[in-house]
Design a protein. Structure first.
Length: 146
């Protein structure tokens, strides 16, 4: 009975919130699509990293407020990372509702494509947020680390 009430409370919180966050399946889908593109050019596959996932979720919420590689507090986007590694990159996108459309959008942009195909990167974090009352509704972030 206690689990039932906790589940109902969690569902209520999710339904009453305007912002919807990424399910792990979105991250896995983006990862798979990115690794297909990387394989085409001989770049090693990426793997999801938990800390990058958390940071990408934070950035996805932030780009609803300010669609920029600068954070709403004016700091660099990479300040969201506790461990930057030797190399890091960020891709942001807005407007598309599916992972496939968003990865295609990134692949059709030179700078974003370079991040996706960069052989230095070994890890990926994917963030997604949906805000009904925003300009683009769908917000996506990729954080790369090598």
């Amino acid at each position: 009975m206690k689990k039932f009430f906790l589940s109902v409370a969690a569902i209520f919180i999710l339904l009453t919130s305007n912002v919807v966050y990424a399910e792990e399946s979105f991250a896995v889908e983006v990862l798979n699509l990115v690794n297909i593109e990387r394989a085409k050019v001989g770049a090693p596959p990426l793997r999801l990293a938990g800390d990058l996932q958390q940071a990408a979720d934070i950035r996805a919420r932030e780009i609803i407020q300010l669609f920029s590689h600068t954070r709403p507090d004016g700091s660099d986007c990479f300040t969201v990372l506790r461990n930057r590694g030797r190399a890091c990159g960020e891709n942001i996108a807005a407007g598309h509702g599916t992972a496939a459309e968003t990865v295609e959008q990134w692949m059709n942009s030179e700078g974003h494509r370079e991040n996706i195909l960069d052989p230095r990167y070994r890890e990926l974090g994917v963030g997604y947020a949906y805000e009904d009352y925003s300009t683009y509704h769908h917000y996506w972030v990729q954080l790369f680390r090598g």
